[in-house]
Structures are given as structure tokens and as C-alpha cells.
Design a protein around this ligand. Structure first.
Ligand code: 5GP
Ligand code: ZN
Length: 114
């Protein structure tokens, strides 16, 4: 947990292009953007993955999902639409073990994912 890159970003220990921050949540541009808008929305609290959410975290997760449309509006993609993605575990393609929600938009996104 101590060497978690997203914990370090949320504590300001390593830089990120932050687009939103409050006491519970931080959102920043993905280093390798896959769409014109590609933001990672994370809780500041370290939760490793969707599999690791506990009962006490449910309010925080709800809060994140309440923030996402507001953030989409701020980023100018609310009306055009967007996709929220959580990659969980190895087959899900999760590469950073701090739960995060990809917010993607600014172009028409394909389906299904690869
Ligand atoms: P995952 O593959 O776990 O769903 O997503 C991790 C995402 O984090 C990837 O899209 C990757 O580009 C992004 N990422 C990894 N390290 C950093 C970093 O240090 N800074 C930022 N801004 N994004 C990162
Ligand atoms: Zn972390």
C-alpha cells in the first residue's frame, strides 16, 4: 500500500494532471489517454480493487458515482456521452492495484472491448 502509485498521487507525492479533487476523491488525466478525455477517478482511501470493497466503503463508492456525471459535465462530455470502466484483476486488465474508474469520452467509443 505504501508504494501504491495512486496513493502517492492522492497525497501529492508524485505529480499528476489533476482535474478534480475534494476530501474523498481525486481525478486526474491518464498518462496514456485512450480517448480525447480519459480521466481516472479514484478514492483517496486505498482500496485495492472492486473485489476489496467492504460494507464501510459503500458510501464512498456511491459518492464517486455521484461525482462522475458532474465531472463529465465539467469536462464537456456529459451531453455527448461517456464510458465508465473498472478493470478488475488479471483478466480484467487491472494494472494498478488501487481501485480506479476510467472516465472516457470525446469520441464515439467502440463496443465490445477487446
Ligand atoms: P488499469 O489498467 O489498472 O485499469 O488502469 C491503470 C491506468 O493508470 C492506465 O490507463 C495507465 O495509463 C494509468 N497510469 C499508470 N501509472 C500512471 C501514473 O503514474 N500517472 C497517471 N496519470 N496515470 C497512470
Ligand atoms: Zn493506493
Amino acid at each position: 500500500m505504501n508504494d501504491c502509485i495512486f496513493c502517492k498521487i492522492s497525497k501529492g507525492e508524485i505529480p499528476a494532471d489533476i482535474v478534480y479533487e475534494d476530501e474523498k476523491v481525486i481525478a486526474f488525466n491518464d498518462l496514456q489517454a485512450q480517448a480525447p478525455t480519459h480521466v481516472l477517478v479514484i478514492p483517496k482511501k486505498h482500496i485495492a480493487s472492486l473485489n476489496d470493497i467492504e460494507e464501510d466503503d459503500l458510501e464512498l463508492i456511491s459518492y464517486i458515482f455521484d461525482r462522475i456525471p458532474k465531472l463529465a459535465s465539467k469536462l464537456g462530455i456529459k451531453k455527448s456521452g461517456y464510458r465508465v470502466v473498472n478493470n478488475c484483476g488479471s483478466d480484467g486488465g487491472q494494472s494498478v492495484n488501487h481501485i480506479h474508474f476510467h472516465l472516457l469520452g470525446g469520441r464515439s467509443l467502440q463496443w465490445p472491448p477487446g
